[in-house]
Design a protein around this ligand. Structure first.
Ligand code: ADP
Ligand code: MG
Length: 271
Protein backbone atom coordinates (compact mmCIF):
# COMPACT_ATOMS: atom_id res chain seq x y z
CA UNK A 1 0.00 0.00 0.00
CA UNK A 2 1.43 3.42 -0.91
CA UNK A 3 1.74 6.00 1.88
CA UNK A 4 -1.13 8.47 2.22
CA UNK A 5 1.08 11.36 1.11
CA UNK A 6 4.42 11.27 -0.64
CA UNK A 7 6.56 14.17 -1.82
CA UNK A 8 9.48 13.37 -4.05
CA UNK A 9 12.10 15.99 -4.94
CA UNK A 10 9.64 18.87 -4.68
CA UNK A 11 10.76 22.38 -5.56
CA UNK A 12 8.53 25.43 -5.15
CA UNK A 13 9.24 29.06 -5.97
CA UNK A 14 8.00 32.60 -5.42
CA UNK A 15 9.12 34.23 -8.64
CA UNK A 16 12.83 33.51 -8.84
CA UNK A 17 13.15 32.72 -5.13
CA UNK A 18 13.34 28.96 -4.54
CA UNK A 19 11.47 28.36 -1.26
CA UNK A 20 11.42 24.53 -1.33
CA UNK A 21 14.48 22.61 -2.50
CA UNK A 22 14.38 18.90 -3.25
CA UNK A 23 11.83 18.11 -0.52
CA UNK A 24 10.98 14.44 -0.08
CA UNK A 25 8.83 13.06 2.73
CA UNK A 26 5.98 10.66 3.43
CA UNK A 27 2.94 10.69 5.69
CA UNK A 28 1.98 7.05 6.33
CA UNK A 29 -1.72 6.12 6.66
CA UNK A 30 -3.07 6.81 10.16
CA UNK A 31 -0.06 8.79 11.30
CA UNK A 32 0.66 12.27 12.59
CA UNK A 33 3.72 14.01 11.16
CA UNK A 34 5.00 17.22 12.75
CA UNK A 35 6.73 19.64 10.40
CA UNK A 36 9.02 21.85 12.45
CA UNK A 37 11.67 24.49 11.89
CA UNK A 38 12.38 28.18 12.45
CA UNK A 39 10.48 31.00 10.82
CA UNK A 40 10.84 31.36 7.07
CA UNK A 41 12.21 27.88 6.27
CA UNK A 42 9.32 26.93 4.00
CA UNK A 43 6.79 25.08 6.18
CA UNK A 44 3.81 27.13 5.00
CA UNK A 45 5.06 26.92 1.42
CA UNK A 46 5.18 23.13 1.70
CA UNK A 47 1.53 22.94 2.84
CA UNK A 48 0.45 25.41 0.14
CA UNK A 49 2.23 23.33 -2.49
CA UNK A 50 0.61 20.08 -1.33
CA UNK A 51 -2.90 21.57 -1.25
CA UNK A 52 -2.54 23.00 -4.76
CA UNK A 53 -2.45 26.68 -3.84
CA UNK A 54 1.04 26.72 -5.38
CA UNK A 55 2.25 24.63 -8.26
CA UNK A 56 5.64 22.97 -7.69
CA UNK A 57 8.34 23.79 -10.22
CA UNK A 58 9.86 20.31 -9.91
CA UNK A 59 9.17 16.97 -8.26
CA UNK A 60 6.10 14.85 -7.64
CA UNK A 61 3.32 14.80 -5.03
CA UNK A 62 1.26 11.64 -4.58
CA UNK A 63 -1.89 11.35 -2.47
CA UNK A 64 -2.89 7.75 -1.78
CA UNK A 65 -1.23 6.53 -4.92
CA UNK A 66 -2.60 9.28 -7.17
CA UNK A 67 -0.36 12.02 -8.51
CA UNK A 68 -1.83 15.39 -7.47
CA UNK A 69 0.81 18.01 -8.29
CA UNK A 70 -0.64 20.24 -10.96
CA UNK A 71 -4.23 19.41 -9.95
CA UNK A 72 -6.45 22.37 -8.97
CA UNK A 73 -6.88 22.95 -5.24
CA UNK A 74 -10.61 22.11 -5.23
CA UNK A 75 -9.90 18.72 -6.79
CA UNK A 76 -7.24 18.01 -4.18
CA UNK A 77 -9.65 19.02 -1.40
CA UNK A 78 -12.33 16.76 -2.87
CA UNK A 79 -9.88 13.85 -2.83
CA UNK A 80 -9.82 14.16 0.98
CA UNK A 81 -7.07 16.60 1.77
CA UNK A 82 -8.04 19.49 4.08
CA UNK A 83 -5.75 22.47 4.66
CA UNK A 84 -6.20 24.90 7.52
CA UNK A 85 -4.06 27.82 6.35
CA UNK A 86 -1.89 30.08 8.45
CA UNK A 87 -4.19 32.68 10.00
CA UNK A 88 -7.83 31.72 10.19
CA UNK A 89 -9.60 30.00 7.36
CA UNK A 90 -13.07 31.27 8.20
CA UNK A 91 -15.57 33.80 6.81
CA UNK A 92 -15.75 36.46 9.55
CA UNK A 93 -18.95 38.06 8.19
CA UNK A 94 -20.94 34.81 8.24
CA UNK A 95 -22.40 33.07 11.27
CA UNK A 96 -20.81 30.01 12.85
CA UNK A 97 -23.55 27.80 11.36
CA UNK A 98 -23.14 29.30 7.87
CA UNK A 99 -19.37 28.77 8.03
CA UNK A 100 -19.88 25.11 8.87
CA UNK A 101 -22.69 24.57 6.35
CA UNK A 102 -20.53 25.95 3.54
CA UNK A 103 -17.71 23.61 4.45
CA UNK A 104 -20.04 20.63 4.89
CA UNK A 105 -21.44 20.99 1.37
CA UNK A 106 -18.21 19.42 0.19
CA UNK A 107 -18.65 16.50 2.59
CA UNK A 108 -21.64 14.47 3.69
CA UNK A 109 -23.78 17.06 5.39
CA UNK A 110 -25.79 17.22 8.60
CA UNK A 111 -24.21 14.25 10.40
CA UNK A 112 -20.83 15.94 10.09
CA UNK A 113 -22.23 19.23 11.41
CA UNK A 114 -23.48 17.46 14.52
CA UNK A 115 -20.10 15.78 14.91
CA UNK A 116 -18.42 19.21 14.76
CA UNK A 117 -20.79 20.64 17.38
CA UNK A 118 -20.08 17.53 19.48
CA UNK A 119 -16.34 18.10 19.32
CA UNK A 120 -16.75 21.84 20.01
CA UNK A 121 -19.84 22.42 22.19
CA UNK A 122 -19.05 26.14 22.37
CA UNK A 123 -19.63 26.39 18.61
CA UNK A 124 -23.03 24.76 19.10
CA UNK A 125 -23.92 27.44 21.63
CA UNK A 126 -22.81 30.15 19.22
CA UNK A 127 -24.33 28.86 15.99
CA UNK A 128 -26.01 32.18 15.20
CA UNK A 129 -23.06 34.38 16.18
CA UNK A 130 -21.02 36.17 13.51
CA UNK A 131 -17.72 34.27 13.21
CA UNK A 132 -15.59 37.43 13.24
CA UNK A 133 -16.83 38.27 16.74
CA UNK A 134 -15.68 34.95 18.27
CA UNK A 135 -12.58 34.89 20.46
CA UNK A 136 -9.28 33.88 18.81
CA UNK A 137 -9.50 30.39 20.28
CA UNK A 138 -13.10 29.95 19.15
CA UNK A 139 -12.18 31.12 15.64
CA UNK A 140 -9.47 28.45 15.50
CA UNK A 141 -12.00 25.86 16.74
CA UNK A 142 -14.24 26.97 13.88
CA UNK A 143 -11.45 26.63 11.32
CA UNK A 144 -10.70 23.17 12.68
CA UNK A 145 -14.42 22.31 12.63
CA UNK A 146 -14.71 23.56 9.02
CA UNK A 147 -11.88 21.23 8.04
CA UNK A 148 -13.24 18.14 9.77
CA UNK A 149 -16.83 18.39 8.51
CA UNK A 150 -15.41 17.36 5.14
CA UNK A 151 -14.16 14.13 6.79
CA UNK A 152 -10.66 14.54 5.35
CA UNK A 153 -8.25 11.65 5.12
CA UNK A 154 -5.38 14.04 5.65
CA UNK A 155 -5.62 17.23 7.67
CA UNK A 156 -2.86 19.80 7.22
CA UNK A 157 -2.73 22.38 9.99
CA UNK A 158 -0.55 25.48 9.87
CA UNK A 159 0.26 26.97 13.29
CA UNK A 160 -3.15 26.50 14.82
CA UNK A 161 -1.88 27.79 18.17
CA UNK A 162 -0.47 31.10 16.95
CA UNK A 163 -1.31 33.85 19.43
CA UNK A 164 -3.55 31.69 21.62
CA UNK A 165 -3.39 31.19 25.40
CA UNK A 166 -1.78 27.90 26.53
CA UNK A 167 -5.08 26.64 27.97
CA UNK A 168 -6.77 27.01 24.58
CA UNK A 169 -3.81 25.41 22.81
CA UNK A 170 -4.08 22.38 25.11
CA UNK A 171 -7.79 22.11 24.24
CA UNK A 172 -7.10 22.31 20.49
CA UNK A 173 -4.44 19.62 20.77
CA UNK A 174 -6.84 17.36 22.66
CA UNK A 175 -9.25 17.76 19.74
CA UNK A 176 -6.50 16.95 17.24
CA UNK A 177 -5.93 13.77 19.23
CA UNK A 178 -9.66 12.92 18.90
CA UNK A 179 -9.60 13.62 15.18
CA UNK A 180 -6.58 11.41 14.82
CA UNK A 181 -8.17 8.56 16.76
CA UNK A 182 -11.12 8.71 14.33
CA UNK A 183 -8.65 7.77 11.59
CA UNK A 184 -7.64 11.10 10.03
CA UNK A 185 -3.92 11.49 9.39
CA UNK A 186 -2.40 14.85 10.25
CA UNK A 187 0.48 16.92 8.89
CA UNK A 188 1.07 19.52 11.57
CA UNK A 189 3.10 22.73 11.44
CA UNK A 190 3.42 23.88 15.02
CA UNK A 191 5.53 26.17 17.16
CA UNK A 192 4.64 24.45 20.43
CA UNK A 193 7.26 21.79 19.89
CA UNK A 194 6.48 19.67 22.94
CA UNK A 195 2.77 19.45 22.12
CA UNK A 196 3.66 18.59 18.55
CA UNK A 197 6.11 15.87 19.63
CA UNK A 198 3.55 14.32 21.96
CA UNK A 199 0.93 14.08 19.22
CA UNK A 200 3.24 13.13 16.35
CA UNK A 201 4.60 9.76 15.33
CA UNK A 202 7.19 11.27 13.03
CA UNK A 203 9.01 14.58 12.85
CA UNK A 204 10.32 16.41 9.83
CA UNK A 205 12.59 19.39 10.48
CA UNK A 206 13.23 21.94 7.77
CA UNK A 207 16.08 24.39 7.38
CA UNK A 208 16.28 26.97 4.59
CA UNK A 209 13.85 25.25 2.26
CA UNK A 210 15.34 21.80 2.72
CA UNK A 211 14.63 18.77 4.88
CA UNK A 212 17.26 18.67 7.63
CA UNK A 213 15.99 15.77 9.75
CA UNK A 214 13.36 13.03 9.57
CA UNK A 215 12.83 10.71 12.50
CA UNK A 216 10.45 9.36 15.10
CA UNK A 217 9.18 11.92 17.55
CA UNK A 218 10.51 9.84 20.46
CA UNK A 219 14.05 10.46 19.22
CA UNK A 220 13.57 14.19 19.74
CA UNK A 221 11.53 13.89 22.93
CA UNK A 222 14.30 11.95 24.63
CA UNK A 223 17.25 13.77 23.19
CA UNK A 224 17.28 17.47 24.00
CA UNK A 225 20.54 17.82 22.06
CA UNK A 226 18.78 16.94 18.83
CA UNK A 227 16.13 19.58 19.47
CA UNK A 228 18.88 22.04 20.32
CA UNK A 229 20.86 21.18 17.20
CA UNK A 230 17.97 21.52 14.77
CA UNK A 231 15.62 23.97 16.39
CA UNK A 232 17.89 26.03 18.62
CA UNK A 233 17.79 27.01 22.27
CA UNK A 234 14.43 28.73 22.23
CA UNK A 235 12.78 25.59 20.90
CA UNK A 236 14.41 23.40 23.53
CA UNK A 237 12.60 25.36 26.24
CA UNK A 238 9.06 25.05 25.04
CA UNK A 239 5.84 24.31 26.85
CA UNK A 240 6.12 22.12 29.96
CA UNK A 241 3.87 19.15 30.70
CA UNK A 242 1.04 21.38 31.92
CA UNK A 243 1.37 23.80 29.06
CA UNK A 244 1.93 26.54 31.60
CA UNK A 245 5.14 27.91 30.11
CA UNK A 246 4.41 29.35 26.72
CA UNK A 247 7.99 30.31 25.89
CA UNK A 248 7.70 28.61 22.54
CA UNK A 249 8.57 30.21 19.27
CA UNK A 250 9.87 29.38 15.84
CA UNK A 251 12.37 32.16 15.97
CA UNK A 252 14.64 32.57 12.99
CA UNK A 253 17.49 33.58 15.28
CA UNK A 254 17.45 30.82 17.89
CA UNK A 255 20.67 31.85 19.61
CA UNK A 256 19.09 35.03 20.98
CA UNK A 257 17.95 35.08 24.56
CA UNK A 258 14.80 33.12 25.20
CA UNK A 259 11.67 35.13 24.46
CA UNK A 260 9.00 35.75 27.06
CA UNK A 261 5.62 34.07 27.22
CA UNK A 262 3.99 36.57 24.87
CA UNK A 263 6.48 35.73 22.11
CA UNK A 264 3.88 33.84 20.09
CA UNK A 265 1.51 36.77 19.83
CA UNK A 266 4.29 39.28 19.15
CA UNK A 267 5.39 37.53 16.00
CA UNK A 268 4.74 39.59 12.96
CA UNK A 269 2.66 37.96 10.29
CA UNK A 270 3.78 37.73 6.71
CA UNK A 271 2.00 37.42 3.43
N1 ADP B 1 4.11 35.33 -0.97
C1 ADP B 1 5.45 35.26 -0.90
N2 ADP B 1 6.22 35.90 -1.81
C2 ADP B 1 7.56 35.84 -1.78
N3 ADP B 1 8.26 35.14 -0.86
C3 ADP B 1 7.56 34.50 0.08
C4 ADP B 1 6.12 34.53 0.11
N4 ADP B 1 5.70 33.77 1.15
C5 ADP B 1 6.81 33.32 1.76
N5 ADP B 1 7.93 33.73 1.12
C6 ADP B 1 9.32 33.42 1.47
O1 ADP B 1 9.50 32.02 1.36
C7 ADP B 1 10.26 31.52 2.44
C8 ADP B 1 9.48 30.47 3.17
O2 ADP B 1 8.34 31.08 3.77
P1 ADP B 1 7.26 30.24 4.56
O3 ADP B 1 6.90 29.03 3.78
O4 ADP B 1 6.15 31.17 4.92
O5 ADP B 1 8.08 29.79 5.86
P2 ADP B 1 7.58 29.26 7.28
O6 ADP B 1 6.15 28.87 7.15
O7 ADP B 1 8.50 28.11 7.57
O8 ADP B 1 7.77 30.37 8.25
C9 ADP B 1 10.62 32.73 3.31
O9 ADP B 1 11.92 33.15 2.93
C10 ADP B 1 9.59 33.75 2.93
O10 ADP B 1 10.10 35.05 3.08
MG1 MG C 1 4.49 29.56 8.17
Amino acid sequence: MPPLLRLRGVESCYGRFVALKNVSLVVPHGSVVALLGPNGVGKTTLLRTVSGMMKPTAGEIWFDGVRIDGSPDHAIARAGLAHIPEGRGIFPGLSVAENLQMAAMAGDGPAQLERAYGLFPVLGQRRAQQAGTLSGGEQQMLSLARAIVTKPRLLMVDELSLGLAPRIVAQLFATLQDIRSEGTSILLVEQYVRYALRLADFVVIMQKGRIAFIGESGELQHDGRLVEAYLGGTQAATVDQNGSNAAATSDARPTRKRPGPRAASRRSSRA
